[in-house]
Design a protein around this ligand. Sequence first.
Ligand SMILES: Nc1nc2c(c(=O)[nH]1)N[C@H]1C(S)=C(S)[C@@H](COP(=O)(O)OP(=O)(O)OC[C@H]3O[C@@H](n4cnc5c(N)ncnc54)[C@H](O)[C@@H]3O)O[C@H]1N2
Ligand code: MOO
Length: 402
Amino acid sequence: MAELHTLAQALETLLEGVSPVERETVALESACGRVLAEPIVALRDAPPFDASAMDGYALRAADAGRRLPVAQRIAAGAAPAPLAPGSCARIFTGAPLPPGADCVVMQEQVKVADGSAEIPAGLETGANVRRRGRELAAGETLLQAGHWLDAAAVGMIASQGHARVAVRRRPRVALLATGDELTAPGEPLAQGRIYDSNRYMLGALLPRFGFEVIHSQRVADRFEATADALGAAAQHTDVVVTSGGVSVGEEDHVRAAVESRGRLSLWRLDIRPGKPLALGRLPREAGGEACFVGLAGNPVSSFVGAWLFLRPLAAALLGAPALAALPRLRACAQFSERTSGRWHYMRVKLDHQRQDGVACAFSYPDQDSSLLRSCIDADALAVIPPNAEIHPGAMIDCLLLR
Ligand SMILES: Nc1nc2c(c(=O)[nH]1)N[C@H]1C(S)=C(S)[C@@H](COP(=O)(O)OP(=O)(O)OC[C@H]3O[C@@H](n4cnc5c(N)ncnc54)[C@H](O)[C@@H]3O)O[C@H]1N2
Ligand code: MOO
C-alpha cells in the first residue's frame, strides 16, 4: 500500500512554485473580499484638520469661566475665520476648529443669552477636539500589500479619497465533479443515483476564499472523459479541482487521468476525512501549469479538504500570507473520540460562553465523512492526533473555519 503523506508534506507540494496572480484595478465598491496588490499609503492626515467632536462652542481654554460673545457659527464643511481672543464660536460636530480656538465645550454645559455664552470654568486644551492626524499621518502605511479587504479597510481607503484600488485578480478555478451516480439538482432522481452536492458546496465555498469559479461540470466515470475534461479545464484556469474518483476502485479514474495529461505529485494523506486526496499539475498549451487538487468524493472529505488545501492555495495565489493558515484556538472537548492511525479533523461547534471564558467544543455526533450535515453550523475543525483517546474536559486544538 502506498505511503500516507502528512498534511505538511502535502501543503509543501501543493504550494511549491506558486506565486501571486496578476493585479487589476477595481472600483472601491467591489473591493470587499479582494486582496491588495500594493500598499495603501496615507496621502493626507486623518482627520485632515482639528475638528469638533461635539455640538457646542469653540474657544481658547484660557478664556473659560467667563461670558464670551459668540463671534461666528461654524457648521461641518465650513472654512472658519480666525477666532479673536475673548470670544467663542458656535460649532457643530465634525466642523473645523477656527484658528486660535483650542477646545470645545458641549452645548449642554453652556447658557446662551443675547449673543453671548456663559462658559464653565476648568476646560482643558484639546477638550472635545479631534486632533488633525489622530488616526493617520500623511505618508504612513495604512494597509500592506496582501491585506484582505474587509468593510473597515474599504472604508479607510475611501476616507483617503481613493475611488479605485489595485488588487490581485481572482484566481480562476474549474470544478469537476466525477461520478456516474451524480444527478443535477432539479432533475428527477433515478434508482441508485444521488444528487451532486459537492459541486454546489464547493461552488459556494471557493469564492469565500477569493477564487472565481469560471467552469463547473459533471464528468462521467470514464478514463477518456476524465482526462479530456481535466486537460480542457486547465487551459484557462489557475486551479482545477475535482471531487471524487481518487480512491482505489476501478471506477476511480482521476489519478490516471492526471498522470496522462500532466503530473501527479502526491496521493493519500494521514488525515480523516480526506485520505485519498491527490495533488499535481496540469499543463496549459499557452504555457505554464494549473494546480490540480483532487478532493476525495465523500462530501465531508471535499469540504474539509477545501478548507485545508484550497484556502492556503488561494492565499498563495493572492499573495496574502495571513490567510494561509486557519486561525487556531484551544478549546475544551465536550465529547469522546478514539482516533485511528490518522489525524482526525472533527466538525465541532464552539461555545465561547460555557466555561470560565474557555471555549467548549461540541462535536457533531456522527462524524462519518459521507454526512455533509455534520458541517452545518460547524465553526471549527477539532484536530485530534493519531492513536489518541479524547475524553470530555481534554484541551484540544481547533482550526477556525473563517
Ligand atoms: N477499498 C477502499 N475503498 C475506499 C477507500 C480505501 O482506502 N480503500 N477509501 C475510502 C475513503 S476514506 C474515501 S474518502 C472514499 C473516497 O473515494 P473517491 O474520492 O474515489 O470518491 P468516490 O468513490 O467517487 O465517492 C465517494 C462517495 O462520495 C459520493 N460523492 C462523490 N461525489 C459526490 C458529489 N459530487 N456529491 C455528492 N456525493 C458525492 C459518492 O457517491 C460516494 O458515496 O473512498 C473510500 N473507499
Ligand atoms: O478519508 Mo475518507 O475521507 O475517511 O472518508
